[in-house]
Design a binder for this molecule. Structure first.
Ligand code: ADP
Ligand code: MG
Length: 567
């Protein structure tokens, strides 16, 4: 500790590079401070610092972290507390660039596994970014001293050592309940659950926070209501269960269909208390599928959905730099089967209509052998039978789907009704006149093997792989666009995707032998065993990472324009 103080004093007013002298480990009375990386100048990414404490000195008894969801929840609570305490200080000290910024990668509405705080049996580690203060490029040692000797100790004292059992209990109990509902879904043939009282609409199209005023709380239709027993409360939680199979969400425009589907999309993650979606839980294998014209596709067998294209272009190994609406959506479906999805969440609003349906009149006008597309309506049942993949589909206009639905939920004034029986009646009385075109089975999925060199982070002489916000990754020479990934919910997930891709590239995992599925399995296993930060090549502080699902990682890989595959 005293060496840090002395070193700081000795470099005061010197040029910024002299800050390198404070790299290393410094012992404080109640924690160890490790300065892993010092930024090159005041405008660069802030310096990486870890604060490491003996867990025994905190209120984190062993029972609070005896399951993985519990451990993640405790880390989440601590990260929020550190963020809260940091905000009690002026955002930055005097100085240039990022001088005086002290940041933690704080969670928002979702609880994700992240590197910001790590709790092990022995230690609690808090990862911070610190903008080392300077005036121009001259070191302001006094300000730096204030950060390391006043601000950080005080924040740590209050946020970590000030933690009491009652601060953790509620969060951990909620984690247990959410986990119990997830398990219940798996064991009872359910895809999703939406509790009565849940608040689904968000504040705005760009906010993940709950709508504050005028939200109509969710209330399950009696026919679909189930009660799920959960720990830490006597009464089971009641709400709507969506069973495996094919479920339609219908209703008039603006009556809340997409809002319900979006809540299901986000339900693959846990939400914090007060979010409104605490008990909106979706099977973690559920994937949103949408059209995305312009994306690239690498050797995907889309033939189950799209047969030979004009001029004999084969679709068993379909590649393009510029997919159409229907081919992009078909490719995403096949890719997500390959990645191991358990359900598809589809909204008519964001789909290619011609992939969803070909009605009787079109079938009469355009012969089957002049239409490459076999619409999803003729494949959804086979997909469920052959691959166990359920469908939850929002439709406003495509009534032909009533024929294939197991369950039909109608949204009216934001209130759901079970109209399955009525829908079946209508389907009988008003036949669509369509011929089924889908055949007996969905069709084979040929797993792909990425070829060596598919990932290339070289840019000129340098290596460059960096996330620019949530939806853009610069990977070597190419820009990877992720705007269509609606279940990518945190910028730190994008950074983790970059780290994972870079890790796989440098470790030579793209050896021309491993399938996409094997690569995803291997990364997940690595994260499970070695921790999320283990894919980082930084020493010590792993950077700001949050764990993405395998599906978003696969989706990023699949959109990389340098990807080449064989089957
Ligand atoms: P649809 O897809 O049926 O056309 P949306 O789901 O897009 O309708 O919803 C239309 C509007 O209604 C959105 O602004 C949404 O935020 C709002 N909304 C949806 N559900 C609710 C609700 N339960 N309470 C209040 N507003 C809601
Ligand atoms: Mg809609």
């Amino acid at each position: 500790m005293e060496t840090l103080r002395q070193r700081l004093r000795s470099i005061d007013q010197k040029s910024y590079k002299a800050y390198k002298a404070i790299e290393g480990t410094h012992q404080f009375p109640t924690f160890t401070l490790t300065i892993d990386h010092v930024q090159g100048d005041p405008f660069a990414e802030p310096s990486k610092v870890r604060v490491i404490m003996p867990r025994a000195k905190t209120a984190l008894a062993a029972e609070w972290t005896n399951t993985k969801p519990r451990r993640i929840r405790c880390e989440d609570v601590l990260a929020r507390r550190v963020y809260h305490e940091l905000r009690q200080w002026p955002l930055r000290a005097r100085g240039s660039g990022k001088s005086g910024l002290v940041l933690i990668d704080a969670p928002e509405q979702k609880v994700l596994e992240r590197t910001a705080v790590q709790v092990t049996d022995e230690t609690v580690t808090v990862c911070l970014s610190v903008g080392l203060p300077a005036n121009g490029r001259r070191i302001l040692a006094k300000e730096a001293e204030a950060i390391f000797f006043e601000q950080i100790p005080s924040v740590i004292e209050r946020a970590v050592y000030g933690l009491r059992e009652e601060d953790i209990r509620a969060a951990v109990e909620l984690a247990d309940q959410q986990h119990a509902i997830r398990r219940y879904l798996r064991e009872h043939g359910l895809v999703a659950f939406v509790a009565n009282g849940a608040v689904l609409p968000r504040e705005s199209g760009v906010s993940d926070k709950p709508l504050q005023r005028g939200a109509v709380p969710f209330q399950s239709p009696p026919e679909l209501e189930i009660a799920i027993p959960v720990p830490h409360r006597a009464e089971p939680i009641k709400g709507m269960g969506i069973r495996k199979g094919i479920t339609l969400i219908v209703g008039g425009g603006y009556h809340g269909k997409s809002t319900l589907l979006q809540a299901l999309e986000h339900g693959v993650y846990d939400h914090v208390a007060g979010d409104g979606r605490e008990f909106v839980i979706t099977d973690s294998g559920a994937v949103k599928i949408r059209a995305e014209d312009g994306r690239s596709v690498a050797s995907v067998d889309i033939s189950p959905l799209i047969g030979t294209l004009p001029y004999g272009k084969e679709t068993k190994q379909f590649s393009t730099e510029n997919a159409s609406g229907s081919t992009s959506q078909a490719a995403s479906m096949i890719e997500m089967i390959e990645a191991g999805a358990s359900a598809f969440l589809i909204d008519e609003d964001t789909s290619a209509t011609n992939l969803l349906v070909r009605d009787a009149r079109m079938q009469a006008l355009v012969a089957k052998d002049a239409e490459p597309i076999t619409p999803y309506i003729d494949k959804a049942r086979q997909l469920f039978r052959d691959y166990g993949i359920s469908t939850v589909l929002v439709v406003g206009g495509l009534g032909d789907y009533l024929d294939i639905a197991d369950c039909v939920i109608k949204m009216e004034q934001y209130v759901p009704f079970d109209v399955t029986a009525e829908a079946k009646q209508i389907a009988l009385q008003m036949p669509s006149g369509r011929k089924a075109e889908g055949g007996e089975s969905f069709g084979c999925i040929h797993e792909r093997i990425p070829l060596p060199g598919s990932l290339n982070s070289q840019k000129g002489k340098k290596e460059k792989a960096v996330a620019r916000g949530r939806h853009v990754i610069q990977y070597g020479q190419t820009d990877l666009l992720l705007y269509a990934l609606e279940q990518l919910v945190d910028d730190s997930q994008t950074r983790a995707i970059v780290a994972a891709l870079l890790y796989m590239e440098r470790k030579g995992w793209f050896d021309g032998k491993k399938t996409v599925r094997q690569l995803l399995d291997a990364i997940e296993e690595q994260w499970d065993r070695q921790g999320l930060g283990s894919v980082s090549f930084r020493k010590g502080h792993p950077g700001e990472l949050a764990r993405p699902r395998r599906f978003e990682l696969a989706a990023a890989l699949n959109r990389l324009r340098t990807l080449r595959c064989r089957q």
